[in-house]
Design a protein around this ligand. Structure first.
Ligand SMILES: Cc1cc2nc3c(=O)[nH]c(=O)nc-3n(C[C@H](O)[C@H](O)[C@H](O)COP(=O)(O)O)c2cc1C
Length: 160
């Protein structure tokens, strides 16, 4: 069966996700960041997570080589950061007060949760590279999540 890319994308949209900004720093300490929806849990023991990066992303090389990265899971309040970190070019971090975490990785000023990771595995994922991170530290601010579904952003509407 040939899978049409448009149909594939639309069907994948049936699966709502959160949104995260993954951050790292290059060897000079220059921050890099990218908006992702591909974040997911992998293992509790050891604590592993994954996300995948498009091989054509401008920041691909820095993430592919990084020894550490941080997954900043966005809350509803961080909606403006989604487009900021999804646009190539410019200084994505302008005006943000960053702190430096493990390995000098920049951490966003606020988030719902933040997972600081070392890069445990890199796997080929077709036009993406799958990065598996070992969680070394976490912060959980227990804020209302930002939800992504069919190309639109949502807030929590209530428990079923
Ligand atoms: C909601 C949303 C989810 C995204 N998820 C991913 C993702 O999981 N992996 C990825 O490589 N790009 C993803 N992107 C696209 C990148 O954020 C975008 O192409 C970004 O500009 C790439 O960074 P660059 O400036 O280094 O090219 C997503 C964008 C949006 C708006």
């Amino acid at each position: 069966m040939n899978i049409d890319p448009t149909d594939f994308r639309r069907a994948l949209g049936c699966f709502p996700t959160g949104i995260a900004v993954v951050t790292t720093a290059d060897t000079d300490g220059t921050p890099a960041g990218i908006t992702v929806s591909s974040f997911n849990s992998v293992s509790l023991e050891p604590p592993l997570i994954l996300w995948s990066i498009d091989r054509t992303a401008a920041c691909f090389a820095v993430f592919a080589e990084a020894g550490h990265f941080a997954v900043n899971v966005l809350s509803r309040a961080e909606l403006p950061l989604v487009s900021r970190f999804a646009q190539p070019g410019g200084n994505k971090f302008a005006g943000l007060t960053l702190r430096r975490g493990i390995g000098g990785v920049p951490i966003l000023p606020d988030f719902a949760a933040c997972f600081q990771c070392s890069t445990e595995h890199r796997y080929d994922g077709g036009d993406h590279l799958i990065l598996v991170g070992r969680v070394l530290a976490l912060d959980d601010h227990d804020k209302d999540p930002l939800i992504y579904h069919r190309g639109l952003y949502h807030e929590r509407g209530g428990e079923l």
